[in-house]
Design a protein around this ligand. Structure first.
Ligand SMILES: [Zn+2]
Length: 360
């Protein structure tokens, strides 16, 4: 009937159990819930109804900013975590094979930056560890609601996501839109930042207002890699202007006391350093996420963009920095006839030069 939760799955008992394990009630201040309810599917049914149950049992709510629905694929199991800011304890409950399995673990942010701390939390929380540790601790820190909104979509916080937040702030402060204008963001090279830019500026690949392309030799190579190109298109004059940005990863490392090389440690994700470096840098940036000028700067003068160029930069195989004149095209070594490829025709030219028949 209507008095019960008209929900495909009743998670109230699991929530009550988790509250008891934590020793809290819905009156306890400083509680926060993370869940993928609303995204997960249980027995073929959607799970948004669980949000109301969570609000009723825990007292946490979306409108208070204490219930954070975390984006997950529909093929992931339903889970929730209740976090107690007082103790930094949490209870994580996952619904699989018709039952909830609950685990209690302390996710203190400082401890999460150590190998031992991370390993213990990873053992308890499995593949949701990084999401839960970073988002719960950022919430505990008092991160802005729209920053948490980005983390819900991206399903974790990392220094890359924070860089996107900072870039969106920088754009808003320095390149406000005039009448008839709209943004296109070319994320090149793309990294986690694009997910914050999508959320904050509503620039999306589907609407072609956000285009992503990889570019070697930038991220985790340079202290200040290229981050992307902003194009401000004026639909009245049919002309655009653009500017390239760089992002200061070196400053991120200095402020967080991490090494740039530790973002790519030997062993990759199997090495706890991969995760602890990201956690450390995530928390290290939190005090500065309102200060984009510290990290974001133009990598070019402003330039004009034609409608032809706006189309071209979105095409496969086009380097947007070359197309828009920010960098010179790279010469292909050994390409003597200048067709952009190294073929037998080039070998022939080289041989002719070697025997003195021609000069290069
Ligand atoms: Zn990320």
């Amino acid at each position: 009937g209507l008095v019960d939760d008209p929900c495909a799955i009743d998670i109230s008992d699991a929530l009550q159990d988790a509250m008891s394990t934590l020793g809290v009630t819905r009156e306890t201040p400083g509680l926060c819930v993370l869940t993928d309810a609303g995204y997960a599917i249980v027995d073929g049914n959607t799970t948004e109804c669980c949000i109301r149950t969570i609000e009723r049992i825990t007292g946490c709510s979306i409108s208070d900013g204490s219930l954070l629905p975390v984006h997950r694929s529909v093929d992931k199991p339903l889970w929730f975590v209740i976090f107690d800011n007082e103790t930094k304890d949490c209870v994580y409950a996952v619904y699989e094979n018709g039952a909830f399995t609950a685990t209690k673990v302390n996710i203190d942010g400082e401890n999460a930056t150590t190998s031992d701390g991370w390993n213990a939390m990873k053992t308890a929380l499995g593949s949701d560890a990084f999401s839960i540790i970073t988002i719960a601790n950022a919430w505990s820190y008092g991160a802005p609601d729209n920053f948490l909104k980005c983390s819900e979509f991206h399903n974790h916080i990392c220094p890359g996501l924070s860089s996107g937040y900072l870039i969106a702030e920088y754009i808003g402060e320095n390149y406000p839109l005039g009448a008839g204008e709209s943004y296109t963001w070319i994320g090149c090279p793309n990294w986690c930042k694009e997910d914050a830019i999508q959320v904050l500026l509503d620039l999306t690949p589907g609407k072609k207002s956000l285009v992503v392309k990889q570019r070697p030799g930038e991220l985790f190579v340079k202290e200040k890699p290229f981050a992307g190109i902003l194009i401000i298109w004026n639909d009245t004059t049919k002309l655009g202007r653009g500017v390239a940005f760089q992002y200061d990863w070196g400053e991120t490392c200095n402020l967080s006391d991490v090494n740039l090389s530790d973002f790519k440690p030997s062993g990759g994700k199997a090495n706890p350093l991969f995760w602890t470096t990201r956690i450390k840098a995530s928390f290290g940036l939190l005090p500065y996420i309102g200060q984009p000028d510290m990290f974001v700067s133009p990598a070019s003068d402003e330039f004009n963009v034609t409608s032809e160029q706006l189309n071209q930069v979105k095409m496969a195989g086009v380097d947007p920095y070359v197309e828009l004149g920010v960098v010179e095209p790279t010469e292909v070594r050994g390409d003597f006839d200048g067709d952009g490829r190294v073929t037998s025709a080039d070998a022939l030219i080289l041989l002719q030069a070697a025997v003195g028949k021609i000069t290069l």
